[in-house]
Design a protein around this ligand. Structure first.
Ligand code: ADE
Ligand code: ZN
Ligand code: ZN
Length: 264
């Protein structure tokens, strides 16, 4: 996602933290974050260029002929190192944060980064094209027109659909969009949210489920009826916005649940 998508995910999560998790999140955040995770939710994108090792943790590439996700086949970086992908990163940072309970000594600095990576990558793994096909790099090499503007399919899903929704329905105010999503979470989606939160066994996070859902939405919605040069307008926007709404809400609810489980 772009900055707004990440902000939305973290803001939804922040509001659902239990008291224990909210306290520890506050403790881990720097003072300038003003006790709110959402202000630093895009930090991981800003450090991609300094921490070059981290850039491959934002996504997963699956083979072009597949619409499903397989951890051992797909979760590796370009040099083939197993676990270096978005779902592996979620498992890794969740494990690191659990250490907060075991030893709250001098690991403060690393745990702040672990929290910021976890919050960001939980957003990205829910963006359908962040679990996309290898040869088009998750839609990054598919040129499209968003209404009249030249862009790539990946950017349409990271930002354009969200920007257009904000402009059309919420007078370009991200807060209005967040309120609408929160209303759906407690309204239309209320009977689904416990399923979103649940993880088999007593696992803290289920990143393989989030990744599987994304590649299936990528095939069913993002790539569907799009080729190089496609013009995407109202028809695409109206049919895909509900998918973006759902993925942002699921990411926020699940991020809160994971932090509540770790710290609660
Ligand atoms: N780079 C390569 N594949 C990508 C993807 N699926 N999403 C974002 N960046 C990528
Ligand atoms: Zn992206
Ligand atoms: Zn990212």
């Amino acid at each position: 996602w772009g900055a707004d998508g990440h902000y939305i995910v973290c803001q939804i999560a922040q509001e659902q933290l239990n008291d224990a998790a909210a306290d520890i999140v506050n403790e881990l955040l720097p003072d300038y974050a003003k006790n709110n995770l959402s202000s630093l939710c895009s930090w991981a994108d800003r450090v991609k260029f300094i921490y070059t090792w981290s850039s491959e943790l934002h996504y997963i590439d699956v083979p072009d002929d597949s619409c499903s996700y397989n951890y051992s086949r797909d979760c590796k970086d370009s040099s083939g190192v197993q676990g270096r992908c978005a779902s592996g990163a979620i498992t890794n940072y969740t494990t690191q944060l659990l250490e907060y309970r075991n030893s709250s000594d001098n690991r403060q600095y690393n745990l702040t980064q672990a929290l910021l990576f976890l919050a960001h990558i939980m957003g990205d793994i829910h963006q359908p094209l962040h679990v996309g096909h290898t040869s088009d790099r998750g839609g990054n090499t598919i040129d499209v027109h968003w209404y009249t503007k030249n862009t790539v399919l990946h950017h349409v899903w990271d930002s354009s659909i969200i920007d257009t929704a904000e402009a059309d329905f919420y007078s370009s105010d991200v807060t209005g969009y967040i309120e609408a999503l929160n209303q759906n979470i407690t309204g239309n989606w209320a009977n689904q949210t416990s399923k979103w939160r649940s993880c088999s066994g007593n696992m803290i996070a289920c990143p393989n489920i989030y990744a599987s859902e994304s590649i299936s939405a990528a095939c069913e919605w993002a790539y569907k009826d799009v080729t190089n040069g496609s013009v995407l307008g109202d028809k695409y926007f109206n049919s895909r916005l509900p998918v973006v709404d759902l993925r942002l809400a699921q990411a926020g609810v699940r991020l809160a649940e994971i932090l509540n489980r770790i710290f609660g």
